[in-house]
Design a protein around this ligand. Structure first.
Ligand SMILES: Nc1ncnc2c1ncn2[C@@H]1O[C@H](COP(=O)(O)OP(=O)(O)OP(=O)(O)O)[C@@H](O)[C@H]1O
Ligand SMILES: [Mg+2]
Length: 340
């Protein structure tokens, strides 16, 4: 009875703690926060937080020696516990009216591959922000729920989540991951491939932010994608001065070729390990693409050609995981089996 009353007044929270972006969905209010997973901190013994989220991302690659802009999670793992904790607490408090926090339940999606120690760190960070109960869900499962796949049914559903740090590929049936693979190749590696390409071809060094902008504007992976070209600026590696060059959609496609092959191979290997009854379901219903990488032009076409099964882009790829966590939060009784 007491718990029931508390539930009435509490605002439960769903979080997608991603390596590139963190999103928060408050029950009854929808998505209230969507910010980069970046923290800017002063260097030296008294490490002070200068900025978190959007403001901190603006500083990436542009900080003076005294400030460092950190992405505390990389490649789907927590690279810096302390900073992840600060960031998570900051986002929870920002998203939420603090006075209600004590009664709130929190469901948070974590990378499927993270260790027990990391899981514990996430849990403790959330508890120390002041919530009542913390439940965890694996990201591929949350993504599948968010994409509207029937994860609890005795039917195969396949989800490919291309985020910042990792690509998670999972075949789900009866509320569990039947076959699963995580690949440390996703948005960050795509940016890196663009940086390397420009460096090799033109002897110009560009930053991570610039590479990401190229990817978002003219990134494509299939010959049928007709993309514009764009101007970019970087530092000439020989003369040391700033220089600008032109890069075309075709250049970018060439730059991304290897990375895309790795993603295709991983999808194939998951399909090869999938039991035949479930394969038959997938052949019929296809795989669903989620995560920011799903926006890469032509990726659905490449996957369809290379795996032989239809690839469907989820309606809101960047929101699928947090929406899935939100759905679970709305009906904890139904989805209890997915949580730990
Ligand atoms: N239009 C776009 N085209 C290509 N890539 C994009 C586009 N928009 C966003 N991205 C990329 O998507 C990635 C972020 O996606 P997302 O928010 O799903 O990752 P995440 O959930 O934080 O990471 P992870 O799931 O690996 O922990 C970034 O690398 C970003 O550059
Ligand atoms: Mg993600």
């Amino acid at each position: 009875m007491f718990n029931g009353l508390l539930g009435l007044f509490s605002q439960d929270i769903a979080i997608d703690l991603g390596t590139a972006n963190t999103l928060v969905n408050v029950r009854g209010r929808g998505i209230v926060l969507d910010e980069p997973s970046v923290v800017a901190i002063t260097q030296g013994p008294s490490k002070k937080v200068v900025a978190v989220g959007h403001e901190a991302k603006e500083m990436l690659g542009k900080t003076p020696g005294t400030i460092e802009a950190i992405r505390p999670m990389r490649e789907g793992v927590i690279a810096d516990f302390a900073v992840t904790e600060v960031m998570l607490k900051y986002f929870i408090r920002k998203a939420h009216k603090r006075n209600h926090l004590i009664r709130s339940r929190l469901v948070i999606s974590i990378p499927a591959g993270i260790t027990d120690v990391e899981t514990k760190a996430v849990r403790e960070a959330a508890i120390s922000a002041g919530v009542r109960e913390v439940l965890l869900i694996e990201q591929p499962m949350a993504a599948a729920v968010g994409a509207g796949l029937p994860v609890l049914d005795a039917r195969g559903s396949m989800v490919v989540d291309i985020g910042g740090g990792t690509t998670d590929i999972a075949v789900i049936s009866l509320g569990g991951l039947v076959t699963y693979r995580t690949l440390k190749v996703a948005g960050d590696r795509i940016d890196e491939a663009i940086i390397q390409y420009v460096r090799r071809r033109s002897n110009i060094l560009i930053g991570e932010r610039t590479a990401e902008q190229v990817k978002m504007k003219i990134g494509n992976v299939h010959p049928s994608c007709k993309m514009d070209s764009m101007e970019l600026k970087g530092r000439d590696l020989i003369s040391g001065v700033p220089r600008s060059i032109k890069i075309t959609g075709e250049d970018v496609r060439e730059a991304l070729d290897d990375v895309v092959q790795l993603i295709v191979e991983a999808c194939r290997s998951v399909l090869e390990r999938t039991p035949p009854e479930l394969s038959a379901d997938l052949a019929e219903r296809g795989l669903v693409l989620v995560g920011g990488g799903a926006h890469l032009a032509g990726l659905d076409l490449v996957l369809r050609e290379e795996t032989g099964i239809p690839a469907i882009i989820s309606e809101n790829p960047l929101l699928s995981v947090v929406q899935g966590v939100g759905v679970v939060l709305e009906d904890l009784d139904k989805y209890r089996g997915l949580l730990f």
